[in-house]
Design a protein around this ligand. Structure first.
Ligand SMILES: *Cc1c(COP(=O)(O)O)cnc(C)c1O
Length: 481
């Protein structure tokens, strides 16, 4: 089928996620038919650098011989069999490997098939655990989460979400949660107030500027809240080090460690959602390692299979797992599961990917690429003062936020206030479309342009990716928008 016919059928029948379909129909977005290494290739034969790791999943590039072979080998044996009351070989091997690589103490693996499902499992495990532990607590029915958090789109995961355009519409469906400020948010705001021209700031509409806390005050407030509510709290859910979907918000060093201390003190489970940050993206295999933290529950998905197949894993400690043991008729069992739990093809891909992370030295490569990205991006934050006009038709980079190979470039109007663009200008989208014309696939989050190259991407491609992003930003910032 040619591009025209495919596009017609796509428009007739496919409802794309997180996509404004009426605008999408006119966009002539590429239809991907194959890939080669770090490039995606469309129906017209155009090649694009996969600049966002096919939505933050890909680790080693596409069509990696070792992963292709592992899947084919498994395909020659069995494609699917259930874990409900049965076992299969790849899921046993993968669980064993994950336990060895994960932070200390996480010895049991519960498989599911997407990030949100992994989060749901974690929430239900935490809730049930407190009712069945040796000193049971019926009252622990609340979860703590961060403002602007993102943990997936199912109703439970959404209840812990704080990204307004995604979550506010469904308010009455969601369960209540305790929200604490995004760590470092006040600092971003304060830096912006005292030093508007050079950036390192965050947009005003998100943080209440009348309440600018120091980092110590932020932690003291968190401590007080946990103390007051501890008897009600089942778990503290956090994206360690970086809130990715919030637009790459990087936490101050030490925050995660402090949360670990406080949760331990109050018998609150620390639930680390490493779905976005896991598998090398922050410069270590898992983000928790950087603060020497072992969570009680760890959720993995996106990069788990190297970006090949859907799979999630929820890892827990022996202490949690043991609370679910007992004679079957006692009702202590975890009554939860998904049909494709522990799918053998996905587990085989994940095993091959984990091996490649080691043999190909992917984590050290991610560390080097982190420096390359930093070097390439420094020229973006301008030091000249913003225009004094009330409104501006020009864009400028407010801030570049980065951790490892995760980069967020925030664009604002080039006026004295550095105010956000009205959403109808779709400035972030204009930049990613300009990148696409130059052969790079990216996805923006509002007016934050996100770069998420695979942690194993070689330097020349990372440099090319950055050059194209800079050219596209230059094009858009001089356009009258
Ligand atoms: C993507 C993501 C999820 C949801 O994963 P899905 O596979 O899309 O359900 C959850 N948490 C974080 C941090 C994510 O980035």
């Amino acid at each position: 089928m040619n591009s025209h016919d495919l596009r017609r059928l796509d428009n007739s029948h496919v409802w794309h996620p997180f996509t404004a379909m009426s605008a999408f129909r006119d966009e002539q977005a590429p239809i991907i038919v194959e890939a080669e290494g770090f490039h995606l290739i469309d129906t017209e034969g155009r090649r694009f650098i996969d600049g966002h790791s096919s939505l933050w999943c890909n680790i080693h590039g596409h069509r990696v011989p070792a992963i292709d072979e592992a899947i084919q080998k498994q395909l020659n044996r069995v494609a699917h069999s259930t874990l409900l009351g049965l076992s299969n070989e790849p899921s046993i091997a993968l669980a064993t490997e994950l336990v060895q690589q994960a932070p200390l103490g996480l010895n049991k693996v519960f498989f599911s098939d997407c990030g949100a499902a992994g989060v749901e499992a974690a929430l239900k495990i935490a809730y049930q655990y407190h009712r069945q532990k040796s000193n049971p607590s019926e009252k622990r029915d609340l979860f703590v989460c961060l403002e602007q958090a993102y943990h997936g789109d199912t109703v439970g995961a959404m209840s812990l979400g704080g990204i307004d355009p995604f979550h506010s519409l469904f308010g009455s469906l969601l369960f209540p949660a305790k929200r604490v400020p995004t760590p470092g948010g006040s600092r971003r705001q304060r830096d912006r107030n005292s030093n508007p021209p050079t950036g390192f700031a965050f947009r005003t509409n998100i943080f209440d500027s009348s309440r600018l806390l120091s980092e110590t005050e932020e932690l003291a407030e968190l401590e007080r809240m946990l103390e007051e509510n501890a008897h009600r709290i089942a778990g503290f859910v956090i994206e360690p080090l970086v809130q990715a979907a919030a637009g790459i918000l990087v936490h101050p060093h030490g925050y995660l460690k402090k949360v670990r201390e406080l949760t331990q003190r109050h018998d609150i489970l620390l639930i680390a959602d490493e779905i976005a940050v896991g598998f090398g993206r922050t410069g270590t295999l898992f983000a928790c390692e950087q603060e020497n933290v072992s969570p009680d529950i760890l959720i993995l998905s996106k990069g788990l299979t190297g970006g090949y197949l859907p799979l999630a894993a929820t890892l827990v400690t022996d202490e949690i797992y043991n609370a679910f043991l007992g004679d079957p008729w006692l009702g202590r069992t975890f009554q939860h599961g998904h049909t494709y739990t522990g799918n053998p093809l996905a587990c085989a891909a994940a095993l091959a990917s984990l091996q490649l992370i080691h043999t190909n030295q992917v984590v050290p490569n991610a560390q080097r690429m982190s420096e390359v990205l930093r070097r390439e991006m420094t020229s973006l934050t301008r030091s000249d003062p913003p225009h004094q006009r009330q409104t501006s038709t020009h864009a400028r980079v407010l801030e570049v936020r980065q951790k490892g190979t995760m980069v967020g470039i925030e664009l604002v109007q080039d006026n004295a206030e550095l105010s956000p663009f009205p959403p109808e200008k779709r400035v972030g989208h204009l930049v990613t479309t300009a990148c696409r014309r130059r052969g790079v696939i990216l996805r923006n989050i509002g007016d934050v342009v996100v770069l998420m190259p695979a942690p194993s991407m070689p330097e020349p491609l990372v440099v090319e990716l950055c050059q194209i992003v800079k050219e596209s930003l230059a094009e858009i910032s001089t356009l009258v928008i």
